[in-house]
Design a protein around this ligand. Structure first.
Ligand code: C2O
Ligand code: CU
Ligand code: CU
Length: 484
Protein backbone atom coordinates (compact mmCIF):
# COMPACT_ATOMS: atom_id res chain seq x y z
CA UNK A 1 0.00 0.00 0.00
CA UNK A 2 2.94 2.31 0.39
CA UNK A 3 4.08 1.69 -3.16
CA UNK A 4 2.36 4.70 -4.77
CA UNK A 5 4.01 7.00 -2.28
CA UNK A 6 7.42 5.51 -2.89
CA UNK A 7 6.97 5.79 -6.64
CA UNK A 8 5.97 9.42 -6.29
CA UNK A 9 8.99 10.16 -4.16
CA UNK A 10 11.32 8.53 -6.64
CA UNK A 11 9.78 10.68 -9.33
CA UNK A 12 10.34 13.82 -7.31
CA UNK A 13 13.94 13.01 -6.61
CA UNK A 14 14.79 11.82 -10.07
CA UNK A 15 13.40 15.10 -11.33
CA UNK A 16 15.56 16.91 -8.80
CA UNK A 17 18.75 15.11 -9.68
CA UNK A 18 18.34 15.29 -13.45
CA UNK A 19 20.20 18.08 -15.15
CA UNK A 20 18.32 21.29 -15.99
CA UNK A 21 16.36 21.27 -19.24
CA UNK A 22 18.19 22.51 -22.33
CA UNK A 23 16.60 25.93 -22.41
CA UNK A 24 18.44 26.69 -19.12
CA UNK A 25 16.52 29.85 -18.72
CA UNK A 26 15.67 31.91 -15.68
CA UNK A 27 18.10 34.71 -14.85
CA UNK A 28 16.24 37.28 -16.91
CA UNK A 29 16.49 40.85 -15.73
CA UNK A 30 13.87 40.01 -13.09
CA UNK A 31 16.32 37.72 -11.35
CA UNK A 32 18.99 40.39 -11.08
CA UNK A 33 20.23 40.90 -7.57
CA UNK A 34 19.18 37.45 -6.47
CA UNK A 35 21.60 35.35 -4.51
CA UNK A 36 23.23 32.80 -6.77
CA UNK A 37 22.80 30.31 -3.97
CA UNK A 38 23.31 26.63 -4.35
CA UNK A 39 22.26 25.39 -7.75
CA UNK A 40 19.99 28.30 -8.66
CA UNK A 41 18.38 28.54 -12.09
CA UNK A 42 17.26 24.92 -12.23
CA UNK A 43 14.01 25.45 -14.03
CA UNK A 44 12.46 22.01 -13.45
CA UNK A 45 8.70 22.18 -13.07
CA UNK A 46 7.41 22.47 -9.55
CA UNK A 47 6.10 19.16 -8.23
CA UNK A 48 3.85 18.66 -5.23
CA UNK A 49 4.62 16.20 -2.45
CA UNK A 50 2.69 12.91 -2.64
CA UNK A 51 -0.70 12.85 -0.95
CA UNK A 52 -1.05 10.36 1.93
CA UNK A 53 -3.06 7.28 0.92
CA UNK A 54 -6.36 6.88 2.75
CA UNK A 55 -6.36 3.26 3.95
CA UNK A 56 -9.90 3.36 5.36
CA UNK A 57 -12.78 1.90 3.36
CA UNK A 58 -15.26 4.06 5.28
CA UNK A 59 -16.39 7.34 3.79
CA UNK A 60 -15.50 10.38 5.91
CA UNK A 61 -12.88 8.37 7.77
CA UNK A 62 -9.28 8.93 6.76
CA UNK A 63 -6.60 6.55 7.98
CA UNK A 64 -3.02 7.19 7.05
CA UNK A 65 0.40 5.89 8.03
CA UNK A 66 3.40 8.07 8.67
CA UNK A 67 6.88 6.96 9.65
CA UNK A 68 9.72 9.25 10.63
CA UNK A 69 13.11 7.73 9.89
CA UNK A 70 16.64 8.65 8.87
CA UNK A 71 17.16 8.74 5.11
CA UNK A 72 19.78 9.81 2.61
CA UNK A 73 18.37 12.02 -0.14
CA UNK A 74 19.58 14.37 -2.79
CA UNK A 75 18.41 17.79 -1.61
CA UNK A 76 20.97 19.74 -3.61
CA UNK A 77 21.72 18.64 -7.16
CA UNK A 78 24.84 16.47 -7.25
CA UNK A 79 25.09 15.74 -3.51
CA UNK A 80 23.44 13.53 -0.94
CA UNK A 81 22.39 14.56 2.52
CA UNK A 82 21.60 12.61 5.67
CA UNK A 83 18.13 13.72 6.70
CA UNK A 84 15.16 12.71 8.79
CA UNK A 85 12.14 12.14 6.58
CA UNK A 86 8.44 11.33 6.84
CA UNK A 87 7.75 8.31 4.61
CA UNK A 88 11.12 8.84 2.95
CA UNK A 89 10.57 12.29 1.51
CA UNK A 90 11.35 15.94 2.29
CA UNK A 91 8.87 17.58 2.57
CA UNK A 92 6.74 14.73 3.88
CA UNK A 93 3.54 13.67 2.12
CA UNK A 94 0.48 15.90 2.30
CA UNK A 95 -2.52 15.10 4.47
CA UNK A 96 -5.42 16.13 2.25
CA UNK A 97 -8.83 15.97 3.98
CA UNK A 98 -12.31 17.47 4.05
CA UNK A 99 -14.15 19.34 6.77
CA UNK A 100 -16.02 16.78 8.87
CA UNK A 101 -13.57 13.94 8.22
CA UNK A 102 -12.39 11.78 11.09
CA UNK A 103 -8.67 11.31 10.81
CA UNK A 104 -6.44 8.61 12.28
CA UNK A 105 -2.71 8.92 11.76
CA UNK A 106 -0.74 5.79 12.70
CA UNK A 107 2.67 7.22 13.39
CA UNK A 108 5.80 5.19 13.86
CA UNK A 109 8.99 6.72 15.20
CA UNK A 110 11.97 5.05 13.57
CA UNK A 111 14.28 7.92 14.53
CA UNK A 112 17.09 7.36 17.03
CA UNK A 113 15.46 9.94 19.36
CA UNK A 114 12.02 10.86 20.74
CA UNK A 115 9.74 13.00 18.60
CA UNK A 116 6.09 14.02 18.21
CA UNK A 117 3.92 15.19 15.35
CA UNK A 118 2.22 18.49 15.98
CA UNK A 119 -0.71 19.31 13.66
CA UNK A 120 -0.05 23.00 13.48
CA UNK A 121 -3.22 25.10 13.54
CA UNK A 122 -5.72 22.24 13.78
CA UNK A 123 -8.35 22.28 16.51
CA UNK A 124 -8.09 18.85 18.11
CA UNK A 125 -8.01 16.97 21.44
CA UNK A 126 -5.02 17.50 23.74
CA UNK A 127 -3.75 13.93 23.25
CA UNK A 128 -3.65 14.46 19.47
CA UNK A 129 -1.78 17.76 19.62
CA UNK A 130 1.71 16.25 19.48
CA UNK A 131 3.00 18.77 22.00
CA UNK A 132 6.02 18.07 24.23
CA UNK A 133 3.55 16.44 26.68
CA UNK A 134 3.24 13.36 24.47
CA UNK A 135 6.67 12.29 23.26
CA UNK A 136 6.88 9.20 21.08
CA UNK A 137 9.97 7.14 21.93
CA UNK A 138 12.17 5.47 19.29
CA UNK A 139 10.44 2.33 17.98
CA UNK A 140 7.04 3.37 19.36
CA UNK A 141 3.78 3.76 17.49
CA UNK A 142 1.33 6.53 18.38
CA UNK A 143 -2.15 7.13 17.01
CA UNK A 144 -3.24 10.69 16.44
CA UNK A 145 -7.04 10.74 16.19
CA UNK A 146 -9.06 13.87 15.54
CA UNK A 147 -12.06 15.18 13.66
CA UNK A 148 -11.78 18.11 11.27
CA UNK A 149 -14.37 20.69 12.36
CA UNK A 150 -16.69 22.36 9.88
CA UNK A 151 -15.66 25.90 9.02
CA UNK A 152 -11.93 25.20 9.28
CA UNK A 153 -11.02 24.65 5.63
CA UNK A 154 -7.56 26.05 5.11
CA UNK A 155 -3.87 25.29 4.81
CA UNK A 156 -2.02 23.87 7.78
CA UNK A 157 1.12 21.81 8.32
CA UNK A 158 2.67 19.21 10.56
CA UNK A 159 6.06 19.13 12.22
CA UNK A 160 7.84 17.62 15.25
CA UNK A 161 7.52 19.32 18.63
CA UNK A 162 9.79 17.51 21.10
CA UNK A 163 11.06 19.59 23.97
CA UNK A 164 14.25 21.50 22.99
CA UNK A 165 14.76 19.55 19.71
CA UNK A 166 12.31 21.15 17.29
CA UNK A 167 14.87 23.27 15.39
CA UNK A 168 17.04 20.23 14.85
CA UNK A 169 14.24 17.91 13.73
CA UNK A 170 12.56 20.38 11.38
CA UNK A 171 15.98 21.35 10.03
CA UNK A 172 16.72 17.67 9.41
CA UNK A 173 13.69 17.52 7.10
CA UNK A 174 10.58 16.74 9.15
CA UNK A 175 7.66 18.82 7.90
CA UNK A 176 4.68 18.36 5.63
CA UNK A 177 1.46 20.05 4.53
CA UNK A 178 -2.13 19.61 5.66
CA UNK A 179 -4.94 20.78 3.40
CA UNK A 180 -8.49 20.95 4.72
CA UNK A 181 -11.11 21.34 2.00
CA UNK A 182 -14.58 22.82 2.08
CA UNK A 183 -17.29 21.11 0.00
CA UNK A 184 -18.74 24.59 -0.65
CA UNK A 185 -15.49 26.26 -1.59
CA UNK A 186 -16.43 29.58 -3.25
CA UNK A 187 -13.54 29.75 -5.69
CA UNK A 188 -14.20 28.40 -9.21
CA UNK A 189 -13.04 24.81 -9.86
CA UNK A 190 -11.38 25.91 -13.08
CA UNK A 191 -8.61 27.53 -11.04
CA UNK A 192 -5.43 25.44 -10.88
CA UNK A 193 -4.34 24.91 -7.31
CA UNK A 194 -0.72 24.72 -6.21
CA UNK A 195 0.90 24.03 -2.90
CA UNK A 196 4.13 25.88 -2.14
CA UNK A 197 6.01 24.79 0.96
CA UNK A 198 8.81 27.28 1.60
CA UNK A 199 11.78 26.03 3.60
CA UNK A 200 15.41 27.03 3.78
CA UNK A 201 18.45 25.10 4.92
CA UNK A 202 22.17 25.46 5.45
CA UNK A 203 24.67 23.03 3.99
CA UNK A 204 28.37 22.28 4.22
CA UNK A 205 30.30 21.91 0.96
CA UNK A 206 30.06 18.09 1.21
CA UNK A 207 26.25 18.30 1.15
CA UNK A 208 25.74 17.58 4.84
CA UNK A 209 23.42 19.79 6.87
CA UNK A 210 25.23 22.58 8.66
CA UNK A 211 24.25 22.88 12.31
CA UNK A 212 26.71 24.91 14.40
CA UNK A 213 28.78 23.44 17.24
CA UNK A 214 26.96 24.05 20.53
CA UNK A 215 28.49 27.01 22.32
CA UNK A 216 30.16 28.41 19.21
CA UNK A 217 29.72 32.00 18.08
CA UNK A 218 27.67 30.73 15.14
CA UNK A 219 25.41 28.82 17.54
CA UNK A 220 24.87 31.97 19.60
CA UNK A 221 23.94 33.92 16.48
CA UNK A 222 21.48 31.19 15.50
CA UNK A 223 19.96 31.32 18.96
CA UNK A 224 19.46 35.02 18.50
CA UNK A 225 18.19 35.11 14.91
CA UNK A 226 16.97 31.59 14.49
CA UNK A 227 18.78 29.26 12.09
CA UNK A 228 18.53 30.40 8.49
CA UNK A 229 20.19 28.93 5.43
CA UNK A 230 21.13 30.20 1.99
CA UNK A 231 19.39 27.37 0.11
CA UNK A 232 15.73 28.25 -0.46
CA UNK A 233 13.44 25.38 -1.36
CA UNK A 234 9.91 25.27 -2.71
CA UNK A 235 8.53 21.75 -2.12
CA UNK A 236 12.13 20.56 -1.81
CA UNK A 237 13.15 22.06 -5.16
CA UNK A 238 15.46 24.99 -5.80
CA UNK A 239 14.18 27.59 -8.26
CA UNK A 240 11.54 25.38 -9.89
CA UNK A 241 9.38 26.82 -12.61
CA UNK A 242 5.62 27.10 -12.56
CA UNK A 243 3.87 27.06 -15.92
CA UNK A 244 0.93 29.40 -16.43
CA UNK A 245 -1.10 30.40 -19.43
CA UNK A 246 -1.67 34.06 -20.13
CA UNK A 247 -5.03 34.97 -18.55
CA UNK A 248 -5.10 31.87 -16.35
CA UNK A 249 -5.71 32.27 -12.59
CA UNK A 250 -3.94 30.00 -10.09
CA UNK A 251 -4.61 29.50 -6.42
CA UNK A 252 -1.42 29.16 -4.41
CA UNK A 253 -1.43 27.79 -0.88
CA UNK A 254 1.84 28.98 0.59
CA UNK A 255 3.27 27.61 3.84
CA UNK A 256 6.29 29.09 5.55
CA UNK A 257 7.85 25.94 7.00
CA UNK A 258 11.16 27.67 7.74
CA UNK A 259 12.37 27.61 11.30
CA UNK A 260 13.26 31.29 11.29
CA UNK A 261 13.20 32.85 7.82
CA UNK A 262 10.46 35.40 7.19
CA UNK A 263 9.48 35.79 3.54
CA UNK A 264 8.41 39.02 1.91
CA UNK A 265 6.88 37.76 -1.30
CA UNK A 266 6.67 39.78 -4.46
CA UNK A 267 6.07 38.91 -8.10
CA UNK A 268 7.23 41.81 -10.30
CA UNK A 269 4.64 42.82 -12.89
CA UNK A 270 1.86 41.18 -10.86
CA UNK A 271 -0.16 41.88 -7.76
CA UNK A 272 -1.50 39.12 -5.55
CA UNK A 273 -5.15 38.70 -4.77
CA UNK A 274 -4.90 37.72 -1.12
CA UNK A 275 -7.84 35.46 -0.33
CA UNK A 276 -6.91 33.71 2.90
CA UNK A 277 -4.52 33.24 5.81
CA UNK A 278 -3.71 30.58 8.44
CA UNK A 279 -7.26 29.37 9.03
CA UNK A 280 -8.59 29.67 5.47
CA UNK A 281 -10.44 32.14 3.31
CA UNK A 282 -11.27 35.75 4.17
CA UNK A 283 -14.73 37.22 3.66
CA UNK A 284 -13.44 39.27 0.70
CA UNK A 285 -10.30 39.16 -1.43
CA UNK A 286 -7.72 41.92 -0.95
CA UNK A 287 -5.26 43.23 -3.55
CA UNK A 288 -1.63 43.23 -2.41
CA UNK A 289 1.70 44.35 -3.87
CA UNK A 290 3.58 42.03 -1.54
CA UNK A 291 2.91 39.53 1.22
CA UNK A 292 4.82 39.21 4.46
CA UNK A 293 4.87 35.60 5.60
CA UNK A 294 6.39 35.07 9.04
CA UNK A 295 7.52 31.59 9.87
CA UNK A 296 4.67 29.08 10.23
CA UNK A 297 2.14 31.50 8.70
CA UNK A 298 0.18 30.41 5.63
CA UNK A 299 -1.53 32.39 2.90
CA UNK A 300 -3.83 31.62 0.03
CA UNK A 301 -3.26 33.92 -2.91
CA UNK A 302 -4.62 34.10 -6.42
CA UNK A 303 -1.97 34.67 -9.05
CA UNK A 304 -3.50 36.14 -12.19
CA UNK A 305 -1.62 35.47 -15.38
CA UNK A 306 -1.31 39.03 -16.60
CA UNK A 307 1.97 38.45 -18.44
CA UNK A 308 2.29 37.88 -22.18
CA UNK A 309 2.64 34.44 -23.73
CA UNK A 310 6.27 33.30 -23.59
CA UNK A 311 7.31 35.75 -20.85
CA UNK A 312 8.62 34.94 -17.37
CA UNK A 313 8.50 36.48 -13.91
CA UNK A 314 10.38 35.52 -10.75
CA UNK A 315 8.73 35.07 -7.36
CA UNK A 316 11.01 36.96 -5.02
CA UNK A 317 11.75 37.11 -1.34
CA UNK A 318 12.46 40.79 -0.69
CA UNK A 319 14.68 41.87 2.21
CA UNK A 320 12.90 42.19 5.53
CA UNK A 321 14.68 43.55 8.56
CA UNK A 322 13.49 41.46 11.48
CA UNK A 323 16.93 41.51 13.16
CA UNK A 324 18.80 43.39 15.83
CA UNK A 325 21.56 45.43 14.19
CA UNK A 326 24.36 43.54 15.95
CA UNK A 327 23.43 40.13 14.65
CA UNK A 328 21.96 40.91 11.23
CA UNK A 329 23.25 38.14 8.98
CA UNK A 330 25.33 38.98 5.90
CA UNK A 331 23.16 39.32 2.86
CA UNK A 332 19.99 40.00 4.83
CA UNK A 333 19.30 42.97 2.52
CA UNK A 334 19.52 41.00 -0.72
CA UNK A 335 16.57 39.93 -2.79
CA UNK A 336 16.32 36.16 -3.24
CA UNK A 337 14.58 34.20 -5.95
CA UNK A 338 12.13 31.41 -5.17
CA UNK A 339 10.67 30.24 -8.46
CA UNK A 340 10.08 31.25 -12.07
CA UNK A 341 6.57 31.81 -13.33
CA UNK A 342 6.81 30.72 -16.95
CA UNK A 343 4.13 31.73 -19.43
CA UNK A 344 3.31 29.18 -22.09
CA UNK A 345 3.24 30.27 -25.74
CA UNK A 346 -0.52 29.71 -25.96
CA UNK A 347 -2.75 32.70 -26.69
CA UNK A 348 -4.26 34.57 -23.77
CA UNK A 349 -7.51 33.19 -22.40
CA UNK A 350 -10.25 35.06 -20.65
CA UNK A 351 -9.77 35.01 -16.86
CA UNK A 352 -12.50 33.39 -14.77
CA UNK A 353 -14.52 35.81 -12.62
CA UNK A 354 -13.46 35.82 -8.96
CA UNK A 355 -16.31 36.11 -6.45
CA UNK A 356 -16.13 39.11 -4.15
CA UNK A 357 -17.78 37.18 -1.30
CA UNK A 358 -15.70 34.22 -0.19
CA UNK A 359 -17.08 32.84 3.09
CA UNK A 360 -18.31 34.28 6.35
CA UNK A 361 -15.79 34.66 9.17
CA UNK A 362 -17.99 34.77 12.28
CA UNK A 363 -16.69 37.28 14.78
CA UNK A 364 -15.53 36.47 18.30
CA UNK A 365 -16.86 39.43 20.23
CA UNK A 366 -14.08 41.09 22.27
CA UNK A 367 -16.80 42.55 24.51
CA UNK A 368 -17.40 39.03 25.82
CA UNK A 369 -13.82 38.67 27.01
CA UNK A 370 -13.51 37.85 30.69
CA UNK A 371 -9.76 38.38 30.96
CA UNK A 372 -6.83 40.03 29.21
CA UNK A 373 -3.62 38.02 29.19
CA UNK A 374 -0.55 40.20 28.83
CA UNK A 375 2.50 38.50 27.32
CA UNK A 376 5.74 40.46 27.47
CA UNK A 377 8.08 39.12 24.85
CA UNK A 378 11.78 39.62 25.46
CA UNK A 379 14.72 37.82 23.93
CA UNK A 380 13.97 34.12 24.54
CA UNK A 381 11.49 34.69 27.38
CA UNK A 382 7.81 35.34 27.93
CA UNK A 383 6.93 37.46 30.97
CA UNK A 384 10.53 37.05 32.08
CA UNK A 385 10.29 33.28 32.31
CA UNK A 386 11.58 30.23 30.50
CA UNK A 387 9.16 27.45 29.80
CA UNK A 388 8.69 24.84 32.51
CA UNK A 389 6.70 21.69 31.76
CA UNK A 390 5.57 21.63 35.41
CA UNK A 391 4.29 25.19 35.49
CA UNK A 392 0.94 26.37 34.17
CA UNK A 393 1.20 30.00 33.05
CA UNK A 394 -2.43 30.72 32.19
CA UNK A 395 -5.52 28.98 33.58
CA UNK A 396 -8.80 29.46 31.78
CA UNK A 397 -12.19 27.83 31.68
CA UNK A 398 -13.63 25.97 28.78
CA UNK A 399 -15.97 28.09 26.69
CA UNK A 400 -14.60 31.43 27.85
CA UNK A 401 -13.47 34.27 25.61
CA UNK A 402 -10.25 36.12 26.37
CA UNK A 403 -8.03 38.81 24.94
CA UNK A 404 -4.29 38.30 24.66
CA UNK A 405 -2.05 41.31 24.48
CA UNK A 406 1.39 40.56 23.08
CA UNK A 407 3.97 43.23 23.84
CA UNK A 408 7.26 42.86 22.10
CA UNK A 409 9.78 44.64 24.30
CA UNK A 410 12.84 44.01 22.16
CA UNK A 411 14.38 45.02 18.86
CA UNK A 412 13.50 41.95 16.82
CA UNK A 413 10.30 40.31 15.61
CA UNK A 414 8.72 37.37 17.42
CA UNK A 415 5.96 35.42 15.64
CA UNK A 416 3.64 34.25 18.41
CA UNK A 417 1.68 31.00 18.14
CA UNK A 418 -1.06 29.48 20.29
CA UNK A 419 -1.90 25.77 20.11
CA UNK A 420 -5.42 24.37 20.00
CA UNK A 421 -7.50 27.48 19.36
CA UNK A 422 -7.59 29.79 16.39
CA UNK A 423 -7.92 33.48 17.11
CA UNK A 424 -8.75 36.82 15.52
CA UNK A 425 -6.30 39.71 15.65
CA UNK A 426 -8.13 42.84 16.77
CA UNK A 427 -5.48 45.55 16.88
CA UNK A 428 -1.86 46.44 16.22
CA UNK A 429 -0.37 49.21 18.38
CA UNK A 430 -3.89 50.18 19.33
CA UNK A 431 -5.10 50.53 15.72
CA UNK A 432 -7.96 48.18 14.84
CA UNK A 433 -7.11 45.76 12.02
CA UNK A 434 -9.16 46.31 8.84
CA UNK A 435 -10.94 42.93 8.71
CA UNK A 436 -11.36 39.60 10.48
CA UNK A 437 -9.47 36.45 9.64
CA UNK A 438 -8.62 33.19 11.38
CA UNK A 439 -5.06 33.05 12.64
CA UNK A 440 -3.02 30.72 14.82
CA UNK A 441 0.20 32.72 14.61
CA UNK A 442 0.75 36.44 14.50
CA UNK A 443 4.02 38.21 13.93
CA UNK A 444 4.76 40.79 16.60
CA UNK A 445 7.31 43.17 15.06
CA UNK A 446 10.06 44.71 17.18
CA UNK A 447 8.66 46.90 19.99
CA UNK A 448 5.07 46.58 18.76
CA UNK A 449 1.94 45.37 20.51
CA UNK A 450 -0.70 43.07 19.04
CA UNK A 451 -4.03 42.08 20.58
CA UNK A 452 -6.11 39.09 19.65
CA UNK A 453 -9.36 37.58 20.85
CA UNK A 454 -9.82 33.84 21.33
CA UNK A 455 -12.59 31.53 22.54
CA UNK A 456 -11.61 28.22 24.12
CA UNK A 457 -14.60 26.52 22.57
CA UNK A 458 -13.67 22.90 23.12
CA UNK A 459 -11.04 20.47 24.29
CA UNK A 460 -9.73 20.88 27.80
CA UNK A 461 -6.00 20.31 28.15
CA UNK A 462 -2.59 21.88 28.32
CA UNK A 463 -1.82 24.02 25.30
CA UNK A 464 1.51 25.54 24.41
CA UNK A 465 1.99 29.11 23.32
CA UNK A 466 5.36 30.19 22.01
CA UNK A 467 7.51 32.12 19.63
CA UNK A 468 7.63 30.18 16.36
CA UNK A 469 11.23 31.06 15.62
CA UNK A 470 11.89 27.48 16.57
CA UNK A 471 15.30 28.24 18.08
CA UNK A 472 13.54 30.59 20.52
CA UNK A 473 10.91 27.96 21.26
CA UNK A 474 13.65 25.39 21.97
CA UNK A 475 15.42 27.79 24.31
CA UNK A 476 12.23 28.15 26.32
CA UNK A 477 10.31 31.08 24.82
CA UNK A 478 7.15 29.10 25.48
CA UNK A 479 4.43 28.82 28.09
CA UNK A 480 1.43 26.66 28.97
CA UNK A 481 -2.26 27.49 28.86
CA UNK A 482 -4.46 25.11 30.81
CA UNK A 483 -8.09 25.02 29.74
CA UNK A 484 -10.58 23.12 31.94
CU1 C2O B 1 4.00 24.90 14.78
CU2 C2O B 1 3.94 24.68 18.84
O1 C2O B 1 3.98 24.81 16.82
CU1 CU C 1 0.98 24.73 16.90
CU1 CU D 1 11.21 34.73 19.07
Amino acid sequence: MRTPIVVAILTIFSVLSSSPPAAAQTAGPEAAGSVEAVGAAEGDSLTAPAVLDDLSPEPRVVEVELTAAPARLSLLPGTETDVFAYNGSVPGPTLDVWEGDSVVVRFRNDLPEPTTIHWHGLHLPFTADGSPFHPVEPGEVYEYAFRIPEGTAGTYWYHPHPNHRTTWQIGKGLFGAVIVRDPDDPLPDSITERLLILADNRFRPDGSLDFPEPGSREARIDEENGREGGALFVNGQIMPSVPIRSGEVQRWRVINASGARVYRLSLPGHTFLHVGSDGGLFEHPVEREEILLANTERVEILVRGEGDPGSTAVLQDLPYDRYRPLTRPDGWDETRSLLTLRYTDEARIESPPIPDRLRPVPSIDPAEATATRVMRLSQGRINGQLMDMDRVDVRASLGSTEIWELRNLVGMDHPFHLHGFRFQVISRNGEPVPFRSWKDTVNVPARETVRFVVRYDDYPGMWMFHCHIVDHEDMGMMGILEVR
